[in-house]
Design a protein around this ligand. Sequence first.
Ligand SMILES: CC(C)(COP(=O)(O)OP(=O)(O)OC[C@H]1O[C@@H](n2cnc3c(N)ncnc32)[C@H](O)[C@@H]1OP(=O)(O)O)[C@@H](O)C(=O)NCCC(=O)NCCS
Length: 110
Amino acid sequence: MTSRFHRLEVGYLFNRAFWRHGYATEAAAAIRDRAFTDLAASEVWAQVRDTNLASMNVAIRLGMVVRCRFTKHYRGIDMPHLGFAVTRDEWRRRQPGLTPTSRPRLLPQH
Ligand SMILES: CC(C)(COP(=O)(O)OP(=O)(O)OC[C@H]1O[C@@H](n2cnc3c(N)ncnc32)[C@H](O)[C@@H]1OP(=O)(O)O)[C@@H](O)C(=O)NCCC(=O)NCCS
């Protein structure tokens, strides 16, 4: 039997009227869980622009950590990004602090 690495991506974009209620974390956590339970993902990852603190906080609340840095080129502009990810093993070992109902303040937002 061969095992293959299977990476799935999660993205999130909410209407501003619904920010700061925890909906993005709750929805993305459900997608992360589905990726591991039903879709046989080895890892779930998210691409985040390095200035997007709200998005980084969602990724961190999902139990993700930074795995890589890369630059996207969009309409002639270089945009540094961070690649966040959580592996299946990390997700299995997750502590109560990673549940979507907890609300750690991880990076200060202005
Ligand atoms: C990225 C994005 C979805 C994050 O939205 P968000 O509202 O910050 O994230 P959540 O819905 O998980 O809400 C978390 C915030 O709600 C707060 N909150 C308030 N009531 C809450 C509750 N009952 N339960 C959980 N969290 C609650 C949390 O404390 C947290 O605020 P904090 O970061 O100041 O501590 C949003 O900023 C967005 O749509 N941006 C535009 C698109 C974008 O940039 N997408 C990412 C591309 S990489």
